[in-house]
Write a protein that binds this ligand. Structure first.
Ligand code: HQG
Length: 183
């Protein structure tokens, strides 16, 4: 598969496995798993043709490791990023590093200064372990602005943090007091 086709398939999988499985009448179980055969078959009906080998290639080579198979590769799910409210990824609360980062853009700063970081359409607020990753996340929307999050202090105050299988830090919300807006 060339890079373009891989990116296309990855986007299609994100749509189905995180946001709108109904696009192809795909069933996700409560933990977000879709049956691989059903996924391939129902995609085909919508003229999206791919083989199990191509699916495997996308899962293995994906730049952000967005997807996982179960042990016998009969099921697939997204590792994070869901907007579907009922999916439970069985994430375990873990202790975060002292600081985490969030990449955003200028136009959201006013609202963030007022309400803190909110999960918006997704299940969690997404935070990055390093500035480089946060910069990439912010750049999706324009000139990136990096917020520094006092995650250590949040943790000591009882806020829960989760780390997705692909290394994204997740939390319910970040109140303004734990956000440093300028270095
Ligand atoms: C902003 C990508 C107004 C927030 C990335 C962000 C990530 C607020 C946007 C993953 C706000 C939400 C998630 C508030 C937060 N008022 N705006 N109170 N609080 N915002 O896409 O973090 O490529 O849902 O700053 O790598 O940008 O999809 O979140 O700009 O891990 O795999 O509202 O998506 O991964 O946007 O990105 P998103 P995000 P994938």
């Amino acid at each position: 598969m060339n890079e373009k086709d891989k990116r296309k398939l990855s986007k299609f999988l994100s749509l189905l496995l995180r946001h709108q499985p109904e696009t192809i009448s795909l069933t996700l179980d409560e933990k977000g798993w879709a049956d691989v055969d059903e996924l391939i078959e129902k995609s085909k009906r919508k003229r999206k043709h791919f083989s199990i080998q191509e699916l495997e290639e996308v899962v293995v080579t994906n730049d952000k490791q967005r997807f996982s198979f179960n042990e016998d590769k009969t099921k697939i799910r997204a590792n994070q990023g869901h907007s579907l409210k009922t999916i439970d990824l069985e994430l375990e609360a873990v202790q975060p590093p002292e600081v985490l980062y969030h990449g955003t853009v200028d136009k959201f700063l006013g609202a963030i200064q007022e309400k803190g970081l909110q999960k918006m359409n997704r299940q969690h607020v997404h935070l990055s372990q390093d500035i480089e990753t946060a910069t990439k996340v912010g750049s999706r929307r324009g000139k990136p602005i990096i917020l520094t999050i006092n995650s250590g202090e949040m943790f000591r105050k009882g806020y829960e943090f989760y780390k997705s299988k692909n290394g994204v830090w997740l939390t319910e919300r970040v109140p303004v007091t734990f956000i440093k807006f300028k270095e």
